[in-house]
Design a protein around this ligand. Structure first.
Ligand SMILES: [Zn+2]
Ligand SMILES: [Zn+2]
Length: 403
């Protein structure tokens, strides 16, 4: 028997319904905010992710589904969604148009993670990317939009926000940080010692407890922002206050890549183990340029679908549509034809074998249909159907035309 690959799984029944409910809810909200669907390939040139996700990141250095295809091309299954969307934006030359663009996407992502961590190697994300809008109003609007999606899914969350600065205020801060870290490097973990030289900002979100315990003393970018970054961050907090969205400023919320700037945010939940991220995003004004496009401000986010699967409150299933059945064999085809006509508008469950009344009524409950529709000998002869509304319990016999 062939099993799914390690870290990959099939979705069916309840889980599949949850998955569809999450995606349809997110899509519904994204459309209200003016986003349109984008579908990009799962397979891309490896260089796209090396450049966008960053060579030194764990994702690129350890976790990529990377291989050589039969034509000798170095390709990779996407580990996240933003890189492909930005690549598509540049490929379609949308960076040369004055119009702002907003895209939503959802689909599978792939990371070759260690399976003992219980992480999936194929997982799913829903995400949005907004291009051409430099205003902090857009950052705020994206946060409201995610809040709205979670609200409609019945998910509670905490919001963490930070500012990552800009090319003006980040480099002097980084220098400060490197000085601080160099002084305490004996006490930092091996990874962090390497990071001091390659990506010092990433030390701030090291998971090592010893490293974390030393960081409260570190210089904070939030105290050293330039004028523009500071006023944007202040505006964001004011807008969130006004909208009644609670947040915590988390100075350790970092990305560690040069094209991320200003607003960074993360939605976390305490309901699935110790503070797990369920969505994250922020501004990346330099990425379009980084991927050979014209400078275009951009901001986006992604929601981890598997992360919120267990948190979603599913709506109570409502009785819906019709159950149709025949009580004599001669009526079966009549029922099938009738069902197909009705399916132009409504959900119909149809039973192909003729059965007794009680047996059909069990089928009605199983299919959760609102109406039971049966054709027996009399109905067939008279050109009528017997119909019962399972909610009001009202039953009647009506002509086929009336039905
Ligand atoms: Zn700045
Ligand atoms: Zn560390």
């Amino acid at each position: 028997m062939i099993k799914p690959l390690r870290g990959m799984k099939d979705l069916m029944f309840d889980d599949a319904q949850r998955f569809v409910h999450i995606v349809t809810t997110a899509v519904k909200v994204a459309k209200r905010y003016g986003y349109s669907y984008i579908e990009t390939p799962i397979l891309e040139e490896t260089s796209l992710f090396k450049r966008s996700v960053g060579d030194s990141s764990d994702i690129v250095s350890k976790e990529m589904y990377q291989f050589e295809d039969k034509g000798g091309n170095d390709v990779c299954m996407r580990p996240e969604g933003t890189a492909g969307v930005v690549r598509a934006f540049v490929s379609a030359k949308l960076d040369r148009q004055p119009m702002k663009q907003k895209f939503y996407y959802y689909g599978p992502m792939f990371r070759y993670e260690r399976p003992q961590k219980g992480r999936l190697r194929e997982f799913h994300q829903f995400g949005c990317e907004s291009f051409g809008e430099a205003s902090v109003y857009e950052d705020f609007t994206l946060i409201v939009m995610i809040s709205q999606i979670f609200k409609e899914l019945g998910i509670g969350f905490d919001l963490l926000i930070n500012s990552l600065g800009c090319p003006e205020c980040m480099p002097p801060y980084r220098e400060n940080l490197v000085n601080f870290l160099t002084d305490i490097k004996e006490e930092l973990c091996e990874d962090c010692n390497r990071r001091i030289g390659t990506n010092p900002i990433r030390v701030l979100d090291c998971k090592n407890e010893k490293c974390q315990s030393l960081l409260p003393q570190s210089p904070k970018l939030i105290d050293n922002l330039c004028e523009s970054c500071e006023s944007d961050f202040k505006k964001l907090t004011e807008l969130l206050d006004e909208a009644g969205i609670a947040y915590t400023v988390d100075t350790n919320l970092v990305r560690g890549l040069d094209y991320y700037n200003k607003t960074a945010f993360e939605f976390v939940s305490n309901e699935i183990g110790a503070q797990s991220a369920i969505a994250g995003g922020g501004r990346y004004d330099k990425l379009v340029e980084y991927l050979d496009g014209k400078p275009t401000p951009a901001v986006g986010f992604a929601i981890g679908i598997e992360r919120i699967m267990e948190l979603v409150k599913m709506p109570q299933p409502q009785r819906e549509g019709y159950y149709m059945g025949a009580m004599v064999p001669e009526a079966v085809e009549k029922v099938i034809m009738l069902a197909n006509d009705k399916r132009a508008q409504k959900k119909v469950t149809v039973e192909y074998s003729s059965k007794g009344f009680k047996s059909h009524m069990k089928g009605v409950d199983k299919s959760n249909a609102r109406f039971a529709v049966l054709i027996g000998e009399d109905e067939l002869k008279n050109g009528t159907v017997w119909i019962k509304d399972m909610e009001s319990k009202e039953e009647k016999t009506i002509s086929l035309e009336e039905f």
